[in-house]
Write a protein that binds this ligand. Structure first.
Ligand SMILES: N[C@@H](CCC(=O)N[C@@H](CS)C(=O)NCC(=O)O)C(=O)O
Length: 219
């Protein structure tokens, strides 16, 4: 399919939801145009509304097709570019990959609220309240189970990189920012993710951004 892909995202220092499809698309080698809107500005809402009636990013434009919401976008891409390895091929692994992606998408408020994404900063120990620690324990259990059951063929949750890794990529960055201690299995997984070229590119792009939004820096 040669129709242009255009992904509208929030700025890379802070926009955890945007990171997910961007990482998935980059990891799968898709060429796409990106429009970056800085979060937390007076004109953020109006800029996003130029594209998305939902008032949120990420938002994907593909020819006549419009898709919003991170999980819907990566599911759309898995259909539109079905020759790429978006999800594991084994039905059991694919079911678990989708389940943990949905769990990420709908949960972990304790982690999200107390350890907001900021890939440019280091705040070891900050935000380690019981609600965040409970989410970290559940995520560690998910990662450990996936690595042990499905991870034989590579360093990612299901061996080779898939959409579930993209869904957990912002969590990996939060664990780095907030210095979360991990057991050896989870540490090895997080390190493999941080070493992935797509994540490295996201970090490099975020470092070049000039926007500094006080409310996200103080969080
Ligand atoms: N469930 C949505 C959540 C999207 C979301 O909350 N995006 C944030 C940025 S990470 C946003 O657009 N916020 C609007 C704003 O800050 O004005 C998804 O998965 O895409």
């Amino acid at each position: 399919m040669s129709t242009e892909l255009h992904l509208v995202i929030g700025n890379k220092a802070y926009s955890s939801w945007s990171m997910r499809p961007w990482i998935a698309m980059t990891a799968n080698g898709l060429k796409f145009r990106e429009t970056v809107i800085c979060l937390g500005q007076d004109n953020t809402a109006s800029e996003i509304k130029k594209y998305s009636a939902s008032g949120k990013v990420p938002y994907l434009i593909h020819g006549d097709i419009r898709v919003w919401d991170s999980l819907a976008i990566i599911e759309y891409l898995a259909e539109a570019f079905y020759d790429k390895p978006w999800w594991p091929t084994d039905p059991q692994a694919r079911a678990v990959a989708r389940a943990i992606s949905a769990e990420m998408h709908s949960g972990f408020q304790g982690l999200r609220q107390n350890m907001p994404m900021n890939v440019r900063r280091s705040h070891p120990g900050k935000g380690a309240v019981p609600e965040a620690l409970a989410d970290i324990a559940r995520i560690s259990a998910i990662w450990t189970e996936c690595r042990q059951r499905f991870g034989a063929k590579g360093p990612y949750l299901f061996g080779t990189f898939c959409n579930a890794d993209a869904m957990y990529a912002p969590v990996v960055t939060r664990f780095k920012t907030y210095g979360v201690a991990l057991d050896p299995v989870c540490r090895a997984y997080a390190d493999a993710m941080l070493d992935h070229p797509a994540l490295k590119q996201w970090y490099a792009d975020a470092a070049k951004e000039s926007w500094v939004v006080e409310k996200y820096e103080l969080a």
